[in-house]
Design a binder for this molecule. Structure first.
Ligand code: TZP
Ligand code: MG
Length: 212
């Protein structure tokens, strides 16, 4: 398996709107240094060429920490930057076409917010799924919370790793204990924190208990 369940524990997703005085690379370095286990570059509206440049820089940072990097949506940016894979949503390029372009060695993660879509993603050959939103979030507008019982059912229906996403932070993440998720994917709880490094350490520590 290209993605092991342990690497899903704290799955950080970038959002340069949160960088403040720091650069995106500085923030990524802090988050990875402090224990994030996976990284997705999700920069909506960033021009393709800029995204490729950013991905090359981030790939070098992630290499230091041995953390896999995927890019949201843009398969060609994955190919040009040489990162580890792509994350595709239900409205993005379809899996078969993405796999054809990327080959078998690259990671393809898929968004799958229902049992049916999760099973379909696994059958297609996805390496992991993201399920959510699990809580209310202002980061992504076109999503609404699914029942935690659905999340639990998703986890028991498939054997590829499952990462929960959407509105997850230090105060609510313990609610996910018992759902059998492998990890949480977070944007604002890490990149929107005053100290992303400290926020990461805390979340890693809580998550070790959540997945127990
Ligand atoms: N997909 C479902 S919810 C979401 C995405 C990309 C946003 C997650 O952001 P946050 O800030 O962790 O709620
Ligand atoms: Mg998408």
């Amino acid at each position: 398996m290209k993605v092991n369940k342990e690497s899903m524990l704290v799955y950080a997703i970038t959002d340069r709107h949160w960088t403040g005085e720091k650069t995106l690379e500085q923030q990524v370095d802090e988050v990875l240094k402090n224990g994030a286990t996976f990284l997705q570059i999700r920069e909506k509206n960033m021009p393709h060429d800029e995204l490729v440049k950013e991905a090359v820089l981030i790939k070098e940072i992630a290499k230091k920490y041995n953390v896999p990097v995927v890019i949201d949506d843009d398969i060609y940016a994955v190919i040009e930057s040489g990162v580890d894979g792509v994350h595709i949503g239900q409205k993005d390029m379809d899996y078969i076409e993405a796999r054809k372009l990327l080959g078998d060695d690259k990671i393809i993660g898929m968004t799958a917010p229902s049992v049916e879509l999760a099973k379909k993603a696994e059958k297609l050959g996805a390496d992991y799924i993201g399920a959510g939103a699990v809580f209310n979030t202002s980061t992504k507008k076109d999503t609404r919370p699914l029942e935690l019982s659905t999340l639990k059912e998703i986890c028991s229906s498939i054997s590829i790793p499952v990462v929960a996403i959407g509105g997850i932070d230090h105060s609510n993440v313990r609610k996910l204990k018992g759902t059998d998720i492998d990890g949480v994917a977070v944007i604002s709880a890490l990149f929107g924190a005053d100290d992303p490094g400290e926020a990461t350490r805390e979340l890693v520590s809580i998550m070790k208990d959540v997945v127990k």
